[in-house]
Design a protein around this ligand. Structure first.
Ligand SMILES: *Cc1c(COP(=O)(O)O)cnc(C)c1O
Length: 384
């Protein structure tokens, strides 16, 4: 299998050089826009590309307001802050995620609690969430609290794993029943839609990342999607040191963040988002080729849930056993094709090992059986 897979991937990417998991692609207006910022000297926190980029993301995702930030972690931090998460609160998320999801809430003084992911989406499982709440929480007149410590359960943060949208309708019902805010970690899911609506626009706030390995990149960057113009204006205020507009006075009305995306990065983003539809089409076609390749094998190719249109940010396969997986990881990487196990579960990391958690049976299965395979857009891929 390894040899077939390695040659299949090398043929696709038409190269004998090392094939990374996800590389950025700059074939449009990137150079021209970035150069404009240098020539104008507006490379920093002021400039027309930031607003331009925010408007383009609003249009693409159909959200009321988008506020650009320095990175995806900062976007998530802001989203949680805006949703009202405060020190000592509990925030429920999935154990299978990138560490930034937890770090963002941890650095606000909140504590994560972990629930399992669903076989349908590989993201936060609505049934596991309800079971966790029934076992550990009670609903008071101040909202949901942990039975044991009376800590407030302020938010649920599902993450759209590898770009595949979680079961949002079911999650929203559980969140409403328990009066808990929904904040989406949509870092990986720009270009992914749940029943036709863009991910990150269902909760009160959503956060997207434009890191170098994501679907499109601004070098480093992120954006907060906001449900209303009012919450958007407040989000912009908080990410820009909460400075009250004045021609020369410095006055700040709350402890804000300096999370602005520089104009230099936004320029790259404007060029990248122009190419986004092309990238998504290309990546979805690549996923189809992988699915056909693995169709009669002992490996299960991870496909989008029925209700969703996924960006297929990172393609993934589930191996028949951990032993088969270890061998495939070793053989592919030694032969110039990058593959990677998924993240170690959050409760295994030293800073999160004592956090409250539900059953994590499916997360553990995925942790020991899944690998990600090369997923960059493929040059000259026809038939898409
Ligand atoms: C990439 C990513 C982030 C963080 O984004 P940065 O831009 O790297 O800070 C957060 N959560 C998830 C799930 C991610 O994949």
């Amino acid at each position: 299998m390894t040899n077939q897979l390695v040659s299949f991937i090398k043929d696709l990417y038409q190269t004998n050089e090392f094939i990374p998991l996800h590389a950025p692609c700059f074939e449009g207006n990137e150079q021209s826009y970035v150069l404009q910022t240098i020539q104008s000297t507006f490379v920093s926190s002021v400039g027309k590309f930031v607003e331009d980029f925010e408007r383009r993301v609003e249009t693409y995702t159909n959200s009321a307001r988008a506020v650009a930030t320095v990175n995806g972690t900062a976007a998530l931090h802001t989203a949680l802050y805006m949703a009202g998460v405060r020190p000592n609160d509990i925030v429920i998320t999935q154990a299978l995620t990138f560490v930034a999801t937890c770090n963002a809430l941890y650095h606000m003084g909140a504590e994560p609690a972990f629930v399992d992911v669903s076989p349908v989406s590989l993201g936060l499982c609505p049934k596991a969430l309800r079971r966790f709440l029934e076992q550990h929480a009670e609903l008071t007149k101040h909202g949901a609290v942990l039975k044991s410590t009376k800590q407030r359960i302020k938010a649920v943060v599902p993450m759209h794993t590898f770009g595949h949208p979680v079961e949002l309708d079911e999650l929203i019902i559980v969140c409403n029943d328990w009066q808990i805010s929904l904040v989406e970690d949509a870092a990986e899911s720009l270009g992914s839609f749940y029943k036709g609506q863009h991910t990150g626009t269902f909760g009160e706030y959503g956060a997207i990342s434009f890191n170098g390995n994501k679907v499109i990149t601004t070098g480093g960057g992120g954006i907060v999607l906001c449900k209303s113009l009012g919450s958007g204006a407040r989000t912009k205020h908080v990410t820009t040191t909460a400075k009250v507009q004045h021609p020369y006075e410095f006055y700040h009305d709350e402890a804000g963040f300096n999370y602005r995306m520089p104009n230099l990065n936004a320029a790259l983003g404007c060029a990248q988002i122009e190419a986004l539809p092309k990238f998504i089409k290309n990546k979805r076609y690549l996923a189809q080729l992988y699915r056909d390749f693995f169709s009669d094998s002992e490996f299960t190719f991870v496909t989008e849930p029925k209700y969703a249109q996924s960006n297929y940010w990172l393609n993934a396969i589930i191996c028949p056993s951990p032993q088969v997986r270890e061998k495939l990881l070793k053989d592919t990487n030694e032969n110039g094709v990058m593959t990677r196990p998924t993240w170690q579960l959050m409760h295994r990391l030293p800073m999160y090992k004592d956090c409250l958690k539900g059953s994590l049976v499916y997360s553990e299965f995925i942790e020991s059986h899944l690998i990600n395979i090369p997923s960059s857009p493929v040059k000259n891929l026809t038939g898409a």
